[in-house]
Design a binder for this molecule. Sequence first.
Ligand code: SF4
Ligand code: SF4
Length: 165
Amino acid sequence: MSQAEKLPTLKRHKLNFAFREKLNSVPEGFRHNYCYQCSACVADCPANNYSDSFNPRLILLKAILGFEDELIAPGSEIWNCTNCYTCSERCPQDVRPVDVIIALKNLCIREGKAPALVTTVSDSVLESGMTTKVTPLAEKRRSEYGLAAIKSSPVDDIKKILEDD
Ligand code: SF4
Ligand code: SF4
């Protein structure tokens, strides 16, 4: 069931429109330009329902106004998004708020400002093509259960795809 939008207040802030150009340089980041702040993305957002501070409309507003220090940080609220895509189905402007949030996350990674857990996973993908390291113990257990050995991933191809972005 939808509920009234919780409205955290914005801090006093000097406008930083240069941040919009930076966000435009990341794939799908340009979509923030089309947001007209209608709030349709908020009502069914599960992260908003369980958090007083998470609000996709507010994240879009902060992107538009250039709250770079708040958004591009390990403790940014963007990391509480569940990537469920409900907001994208609701948005009448085809902003796809979740894609803008993912663009903000990619900016964090690019600038070394992602949470340590996320960096560990992304480093692992770059090194091995897997999100989790396959330990000798895991290989031994698989063998004992009669499971096939885990195939190695095409790391060079993965790196090339990521570089092309
Ligand atoms: S992202 Fe879309 S649904 Fe959300 S406030 Fe902006 S225009 Fe409205
Ligand atoms: S993708 Fe993120 S912002 Fe969009 S509805 Fe789901 S939790 Fe909310």
